[in-house]
Ligand binder design. Structure first.
Ligand SMILES: Nc1ncnc2c1ncn2[C@@H]1O[C@H](COP(=O)(O)OP(=O)(O)OP(=O)(O)O)[C@@H](O)[C@H]1O
Length: 277
């Protein structure tokens, strides 16, 4: 008979009966894994499910890419994950807690970076972040230090005090991103974080995200239409289309097993659709 292992994932505590040797780091590392069970979403008045019976596990510390053509269900998936909308069926749990019934605690663990720039254009980058930081419950010196340190990391100089409306697309994207990480979330949801910006800003953003993942262990879940970027950036990806999970795995392995030249070729093979820019 197999040994039974009892785990409290929130505390990283475990108890093992029998002879099985367990490395505690595995459980410490997996404390904020996301388990998606049989997740479905049907919008009222539509004929098709936006998501249909999705099952997926994303481990703590992973960089996970959600790829799919327009209308595949990516935003719906994200919106359920951050508690903006409820699923029609199934469940998502984070750190062992159901998202739907633990929204308040979950919101402190999750950072969300929407595709749209959600900033006040007449305020400076710095003032936007101070305002958003207060909404996350940060205050005083701690808030000021956190804002300055993030602005330094993302390469802002005196321009941090200029109005956002005068920023380049790349600078707006960076402030949008910082707004989602001020409270040092364990899980970061990024909806197309590099859309519409030049190659330099894109590289800088991806490098900062990689650093966040490696130094803080932040789990990153992101969507993109840039297959090359996803191939390089993600530990694992999932391809979804018409609300269904088509395939998931390590990009390099998926590409080689399918005998494709790139993730883009594999994506087109599965979805049969053109990639949106
Ligand atoms: N509020 C809504 N009401 C009705 N239908 C919706 C709603 N939001 C999304 N849908 C539909 O659900 C499906 C999935 O949409 P979703 O926005 O999640 O896809 P997506 O993969 O994010 O697309 P894109 O890449 O264009 O952003 C689409 O058919 C869309 O028309």
């Amino acid at each position: 008979m197999r040994s039974k292992i009892f785990v409290s994932t929130q505390l990283g505590f475990y108890y093992v009966r029998g002879e099985t040797q367990v490395n505690p780091c595995i459980f410490m590392l997996d404390t904020h894994s996301i388990v998606i069970s049989n997740l479905s979403k049907h919008y009222r008045g539509t004929s098709q499910d936006a998501l249909r019976a999705i099952n997926l596990k994303i481990s703590s510390g992973e960089v996970f890419g959600l790829l799919g053509p327009n209308g595949a269900g990516k935003t719906t998936f994200f919106s359920i994950l951050c508690g903006l909308i409820y699923p029609s069926d199934g469940e998502v749990s984070l750190a062992g807690m159901s998202i739907a019934s633990n929204l308040k605690s979950i919101k402190q663990i999750i950072g969300v970076v929407p595709q749209e720039i959600a900033l006040y254009p007449t305020l400076s980058g710095e003032d936007n972040l101070l305002f958003i930081g207060r909404m996350y419950g940060l205050k005083g010196t701690k808030l000021k230090e956190r804002v300055q340190s993030c602005l330094d990391d993302f390469g802002f100089d005196q321009n941090r005090r200029q109005a956002v409306k005068n920023y380049s697309g790349g600078m707006k994207r960076k402030i949008n991103l910082i707004a989602g990480i001020l409270h040092q979330p364990k899980v970061l949801l990024l909806d197309e974080p590099t859309v519409g910006i030049d190659v330099h800003a894109r590289k800088e953003i991806l490098a900062q995200l990689r650093q966040l993942n490696q130094q803080e262990g932040t789990t990153i879940i992101y969507t993109s239409h840039h297959m090359e970027e996803a191939e390089q950036f993600c530990d694992r990806v999932a391809i979804i289309d018409e609300g269904q999970l088509i395939t998931t795995g390590v990009p390099e392995t998926m590409v080689s097993v399918a005998n494709c030249r790139s993730l883009e070729e594999l994506f087109l093979q599965h979805t049969g659709k053109k990639i949106r820019d």
